[in-house]
Design a protein around this ligand. Structure first.
Ligand code: HEC
Ligand code: HEC
Ligand code: HEC
Ligand code: HEC
Ligand code: HEC
Ligand code: HEC
Length: 419
């Protein structure tokens, strides 16, 4: 008993020592680390970094990446190249820094073909948080090339399955033809064999000598009946299909005059939809961007591309690019973007589908009256922070327990959608 106790107490003693020395080392480690973090004055806590990340993505990502030149330089380790105060001044007003004759800024400006960086009305702390984010990103390993998105993979898979189906079908047809050929051969051999036999009855002989009379078959009523039936079925089916799709252009995907890809711009580079479709939150129409907006970036990106030279030509000759319209309601219907996007806070993708994955835009929704009405029946009105709706909601709640739908504010009235 005694011996055991002694053993345990020894173990206890040692483990206490080990824990003690570990915690010592740990504290030392933290102390050194924080001392390091303190010396450049850039904060390292998660909250600051994540708010910096938000600011960067919303304001800078259009022109900057961490380890890749976009419109402006790669910002990896920018905190090592430049003092924090310099970066803050430059972000607030880069032209001021350049005009002050700062050597570094002037050189950089020349190097980037005098592309003006936007001025930002940010506080020093906000810019510091962006620097903190950039520093944290710079410390990370260089990430491999962007991965294909999930949606992409699915499309790929679908294409693969349909390819397999075709291959299987062709295989089946080949096998069938082979079987027929073999059967034909067997019949031939059997016939020869039977003909050679003398002791065969008259009846059997008739069967053996029988030839398929094609002409007789084609003229037979049964055959004519089948042909007539198939013909009527095809005509009927296409007529019905036509009837149900009058004016419906779902899936319409015209070829555009310039190979502009939403997958690259809105997907890969995450350029905000509003950057190009400037009217979408403010007015009825979303607007298609003018060539000048494209040239904000393309005066320095991919200038040797044929497609980009088409944009340059449009700017030079002052002619608009003739984009082919994809979505088109008939004149009798009225649709307003800002009402849906700004007031209703509906995502573009709800109506337009995964635009950020499309190389060429296609019409995702049917755009029929039934489609509009269905959504108005099912969707709750977004009343949050909208004083205008407060009274309506009160009235609505007196008579109903259901949340207020678009239907309840007149979303099914003919005159709302028809002039
Ligand atoms: C419209 C494009 C554009 C936007 C938006 C933009 N920049 Fe820039 N940035 C540039 C260009 C171009 C340069 C190169 C200098 C020049 O031409 O003025 C630059 C240079 C810089 C530099 C100096 C880089 C170096 O290597 O020394 C910093 C730092 C910087 N930008 C930070 C930011 C931050 C932070 C934001 C977002 C708040 C931002 N930029 C948004 C275009 C942009
Ligand atoms: C860099 C500029 C740019 C950005 C960013 C952009 N678009 Fe576009 N968009 C265009 C251009 C140019 C066209 C006309 C050519 C075409 O149809 O591809 C277009 C066409 C469209 C159309 C079809 C219009 C028609 O003819 O009916 C839709 C819908 C659309 N964009 C939605 C979006 C959405 C949603 C986003 C954000 C996820 C977005 N776009 C981001 C430039 C842009
Ligand atoms: C905010 C910056 C930005 C704007 C605005 C912009 N683009 Fe781009 N565009 C890019 C980037 C980045 C790439 C990818 C370049 C690469 O692949 O290296 C690109 C690639 C392209 C390409 C492919 C070029 C090729 O040959 O590979 C075309 C075409 C193009 N853009 C057309 C347009 C059109 C049309 C507009 C205006 C509606 C536009 N872009 C607006 C940044 C922009
Ligand atoms: C409630 C459904 C809905 C939402 C949400 C929506 N759109 Fe549309 N969009 C439409 C319809 C319908 C049309 C056809 C309008 C017409 O022909 O008058 C259209 C047309 C367009 C066009 C062609 C040009 C035009 O103004 O007619 C563009 C570009 C476009 N949408 C971009 C966007 C973008 C970007 C967003 C998100 C910010 C968005 N849409 C959100 C339904 C929607
Ligand atoms: C994805 C759902 C959705 C689709 C699809 C949709 N709408 Fe709407 N619509 C809304 C919502 C939500 C509102 C309420 C916005 C608000 O709070 O004012 C609304 C409001 C409206 C209003 C104003 C109604 C009122 O009483 O103030 C009109 C007009 C309208 N939509 C027309 C259309 C037309 C035309 C279409 C089809 C081309 C359409 N909408 C398709 C969701 C949709
Ligand atoms: C939420 C919006 C909305 C409301 C409410 C609405 N419509 Fe429509 N209506 C449309 C749209 C959008 C179209 C175009 C559909 C298309 O092109 O396929 C349309 C098409 C039509 C057409 C067919 C025109 C043609 O060329 O085929 C008629 C008729 C019509 N509406 C009558 C009405 C009547 C009557 C009411 C009231 C009971 C009404 N609509 C309410 C959006 C609406």
């Amino acid at each position: 008993m005694l011996k055991r106790n002694c053993f345990y107490s020894k173990v206890g003693f040692f483990s206490k020592r080990i824990i003690l020395s570990f915690s010592l080392i740990f504290t030392l480690f933290i102390a050194i680390n924080s001392a390091q973090a303190q010396d450049d004055g850039i904060p390292t806590d998660e909250a600051v970094i994540s708010s910096g990340e938000k600011l960067f993505k919303a304001n800078c990502k259009v022109c900057h990446a961490v380890d890749q030149r976009v419109v402006g330089p790669a910002l990896k380790d920018v905190h090592k190249r430049r003092p924090v105060e310099w970066i803050q001044a430059f972000v607030k007003n880069s032209q001021k820094v350049i005009n002050s004759g700062d050597d570094y800024a002037v050189k950089l400006y020349e190097e980037y073909n005098k592309t003006q960086m936007t001025s930002f009305d940010f506080s020093d702390d906000e810019i510091l948080s962006i620097i903190a984010y950039l520093k944290a990103e710079s410390a990370k390993e260089v990430v491999a090339a962007p991965q294909a998105t999930g949606g992409d993979g699915e499309v790929q898979q679908e294409e693969n399955t349909s390819e397999y189906m075709t291959i299987i079908m062709i295989g089946l047809i080949v096998v069938l033809v082979l079987i027929l050929a073999v059967l034909g051969l067997i019949i031939g051999v059997l016939k020869k064999h039977l003909n050679a036999k003398e002791d065969i009855s008259e009846e059997d002989k008739e069967i053996v000598d029988q030839k398929i009379d094609l002409q007789k078959f084609v003229k037979s009523n049964a055959f004519l009946g089948i042909v007539a039936f198939v013909f009527t079925a095809i005509v009927l089916k296409s007529a019905l299909d036509g009837l149900f799709t009058v004016g419906v252009q779902q899936g319409y995907q015209p070829t555009q005059p310039i190979a502009f890809s939403h997958k690259i711009h809105a997907g890969q580079y995450e350029i905000d939809c509003n950057y190009c479709h400037t009217g979408v939150r403010k007015s009825k129409n979303a607007n298609i961007p003018s060539p000048n907006i494209c040239m904000n970036c393309h005066s320095s990106i991919k200038t040797d591309s044929k497609e980009i030279q088409k944009i340059q030509a449009a700017v030079d000759t002052n002619t608009p690019i003739e984009w082919v319209r994809v979505h088109n309601l008939p004149d009798l219907a009225y649709f307003n973007h800002s009402q849906h996007v700004k007031v209703g806070e509906i995502e573009c993708q709800t109506c337009h589908g995964p635009i950020e994955e499309m190389d060429v835009v296609y019409q995702y929704s049917p755009l029929t009256m039934g489609w509009c009405i269905n959504c108005h029946r099912e969707t709750d009105v977004n009343t949050k922070g909208n004083e205008y709706y407060d009274k309506l909601v009160k009235l609505h709640n007196e008579t109903s327990k259901e949340p207020m739908k678009v239907e309840d504010i007149g979303g099914l009235e003919c005159s709302k959608c028809h002039y």
